[in-house]
Design a protein around this ligand. Structure first.
Ligand code: SF4
Length: 385
């Protein structure tokens, strides 16, 4: 373990911050904070952050897991494309086991389809260069963090004149989901805003949260000290009645974001309405390829018949994603649905809320641990999106 990471996981510093949060809690009424990043969700559960906080501070998980928010009709389309002879589907690891309406990419691969896990979009492009007789399709899933790398592969494919490389894109952007949640049925007092995404889009992108919705708002890093400090900043905003935008993760996030990545996004993609699992179609919440890159768009270029989508019976992923329900409220949680036999996307993904609850037994053991032990990673998990 590098000393640098150790410092952000120092047990006594975390305990001291938790004590300060409790002492600064000037209100008896409960406070609800929501994180909208799957990596935050995992970190909160991994390090027992919930158990360190006063009982009237509630942490909810929102739609921060890109695999989880990707609707079944996207997975069904990917499966239909995978079944076309001469097609290679390339995907980041978590997507392969996500159940679609009646199958998964893992199952169609077992039945003979060519589905390959890649660790970058450029690896998918390399496969297209090597397999000239096949059409190679990358599943473009993820938020503003992943989308620039996919955009880069599309620009590079044109530069290299690789004609058999396509992207099936389901990229989402975070601010519209935050808007929906701010005016939604759950009374969220403040948001732990995402770290990775904010490094790309910049802190200015969240100005509407305090201004239009009166929500406290802190962009927070991923380590336990980051999160506890972010919670303290949020609590200070809330108890003083002065919601505003603050950046705890200022060692990475700039007001203007990452110009190179934003320019790449703007070159290739444009905003479009997009469907989120459990949340329906949100206006201008997705990224679709601009007309000049239509020849790379698998949805436009590869015609398939896609079955009508449906959700697994009994799965409440849609409610879990919005913070309306906790995973143990699902009758299938931990019995029928486990990481080995996942019924819904939230149990498959390495950033899924159900997976986090299952893995760290949150709320069941009451363990107040701050640990750096990641040795019990579940099969097929990655945190790349
Ligand atoms: Fe869906 Fe499984 Fe989570 Fe239930 S426990 S909501 S079935 S992913």
């Amino acid at each position: 373990m590098l000393p640098y990471v150790d410092e952000f996981r120092n047990t006594s510093s975390c305990a001291a911050l938790a004590t300060t949060i409790a002492a600064n809690m000037k209100t008896e009424s409960s406070v609800t904070l929501m994180e909208v990043c799957g990596t935050h969700t995992m970190s909160i559960h991994r390090h027992g952050i919930k158990q360190l906080l006063p009982s009237n501070v509630r942490l909810l998980s929102g739609p921060g897991c890109p695999v989880c928010v990707t609707p079944n009709n996207f997975i069904d389309r990917a499966i239909a494309i995978a079944r076309i002879p001469g097609t290679i589907i390339t995907t980041f690891g978590d997507m392969i086991r996500v159940p679609g309406s009646s199958s998964s990419l893992e199952k169609v691969r077992a039945a003979g389809a060519d589905v390959r896990v890649v660790s970058s979009s450029l690896e998918a492009l390399r496969i297209a260069q090597q397999e000239k007789g096949s059409q190679v399709v990358l599943l473009g899933v993820g938020f503003e963090t992943t989308a620039p790398t996919v955009a880069a592969s599309i620009v590079e494919a044109d530069r290299l004149r690789v004609t058999n490389y396509f992207v099936l894109a389901a990229h989402k952007v975070i601010p519209p989901a935050l808007k929906l949640l701010s005016g939604g049925v759950i009374a969220v007092d403040g948001f732990i805003c995402p770290a990775h995404v904010s490094a790309i889009i910049g802190s200015r992108a969240y100005g509407f949260l305090p201004k239009d919705f009166g929500k406290a708002c802190v962009i927070t890093g991923f380590e336990p000290l980051d999160i506890l400090q972010g919670v303290l900043m949020l609590m200070n905003q809330i108890t003083s009645g002065a919601p505003r935008l603050e950046v705890q993760y200022d060692r990475v996030v700039r007001p203007e974001g990452n110009r190179v990545a934003l320019d790449l996004l703007d070159e290739v993609f444009e905003l479009s309405d997009s469907e989120w699992r459990g949340m329906g179609s949100l206006p201008l919440s997705g990224l679709r390829m601009k007309e000049r890159y239509a020849h790379r768009d698998a949805e436009r270029m590869i015609e398939v018949i896609v079955e009508p989508p449906h959700e697994p019976k009994g799965c409440i992923c849609g409610s879990v994603i919005q913070g309306l329900k906790d995973p143990p409220e699902c009758k299938l949680f931990g019995t029928v649905c486990t990481p080995v036999n996942p019924i819904g996307a939230c149990m498959v993904s390495g950033e899924g809320t159900c997976a986090a609850w299952f893995k760290y037994a949150s709320g069941r053991t009451g363990n107040n641990r701050v640990t750096s032990d990641d040795s019990v990673e579940m099969q097929g998990m990655s945190e790349t999106l």
